[in-house]
Design a protein around this ligand. Structure first.
Ligand SMILES: NC(=O)c1ccc[n+]([C@@H]2O[C@H](COP(=O)([O-])OP(=O)(O)OC[C@H]3O[C@@H](n4cnc5c(N)ncnc54)[C@H](OP(=O)(O)O)[C@@H]3O)[C@@H](O)[C@H]2O)c1
Length: 276
């Protein structure tokens, strides 16, 4: 049986094994997918010892994964981050499905039209780097990248290579930025810190907001978004399922249906049956 895994830290509560087991069951693919706790110091050794055909990589290893790949897709190169590894001879091919996962969730599941939209991206870490190129490819009008550490926002904006469309700002610039059609929280502030207060004026009456984290971690930003008048306030569960489907397609050549898995994980559908 082919082996796959997700590497990261902390990884115990990752939903990826359940998602991939459900996809495998649905498509008749025979595979094993496990979660492996790994940090900067031991990721490369654990990956080499794992015997996997492919892997997902999550916090804090996406840049590490990019660095160890012999070859990378153009979307991974633009992100400087890899969330999907495929075996390529004796080395690894790296790809990044986070951005396409977010865009698919917003456009297909939530029916949003991203074209010409004015977009605020809060954060400039691995997730922000993953989604920025895909948002630009989806035809948004302007992207404002705002980060606590301004130099990282500058670096992300520079890496996009579109100075007319992508602008970096510090957190203190937020009150002067006006309203946005789409607000994306790509910070990890909910993991032990708090997001600085956001001006209500960032949201316009028909704005949409998405927090890339999900569950409890997304509650505070999404509550702010609703209070600020956003018509859509969604968490990152849909993105998680869609990026997983895209990884599954890369590994197995078949794209699984995502709706039932999304419904089960969000508590709206039947429970996931993943055991054989
Ligand atoms: N739904 C999905 O499929 C999916 C996929 C990937 C990631 N995610 C989620 O996205 C989030 C970010 O992940 P990541 O990989 O980008 O993490 P990361 O690389 O560690 O980056 C964290 C980002 O959050 C900012 N930040 C952290 N604490 C903050 C605070 N108290 N106030 C303001 N900014 C703060 C950091 O700013 P500095 O640069 O100043 O440190 C940085 O921009 C996580 O919650 C992760 O679970 C979801």
């Amino acid at each position: 049986m082919q082996r796959y895994a997700v590497f990261g830290s902390p990884i115990a509560h990752s939903q990826s094994p359940r998602i991939h087991a459900a996809f495998a069951r649905q498509t008749g693919v025979s595979m094993d997918y496990v979660a492996v706790e790994a940090g900067h110091g031991d990721f490369a050794a654990k990956l080499a010892a794992s015997g996997v055909q492919g892997a997902n990589v999550t916090l804090p290893l996406k840049e590490d994964a990019f660095a160890l790949c012999a070859e990378t897709s153009s979307r991974a190169q633009r992100s400087g981050a890899v969330n999907t590894l495929l075996r390529a001879g004796s080395g690894w091919h790296g790809d990044n499905t986070d951005g396409v996962g977010l865009v698919r969730d917003l456009t297909e599941r939530h029916g949003l039209d991203l074209r010409q939209r004015r977009v605020l991206l809060l954060g400039a870490g691995g997730a922000a780097r993953g989604v920025a190129p895909a948002l630009l490819d989806a035809g948004i009008g302007e992207l404002y990248v705002v980060n606590r550490t301004p130099a990282r926002a500058d670096a992300l904006a520079d890496a996009m290579g579109e100075p007319g469309r992508v602008h970096a700002r510090g957190w203190d610039a937020l009150p002067a930025l006006g309203g946005f059609d789409l607000l994306v929280n790509a910070t990890s502030a909910s993991r032990g810190g708090t997001l600085p207060a956001l001006p209500m004026g960032l949201a316009a009456p028909r704005s949409a907001a998405v927090d890339l984290s999900y569950g409890e971690a997304a509650v505070s930003f999404l509550a702010w978004a609703r209070a600020a008048g956003c018509s859509h306030a969604v968490d990152g569960l849909g993105m998680l399922v869609e990026q997983a489907a895209e990884s599954f397609l890369l590994w197995h050549g078949v794209r699984p249906e995502t709706e039932a898995v999304y419904a089960a994980l969000s508590g709206q559908g039947d429970a996931l049956v993943t055991a054989d």
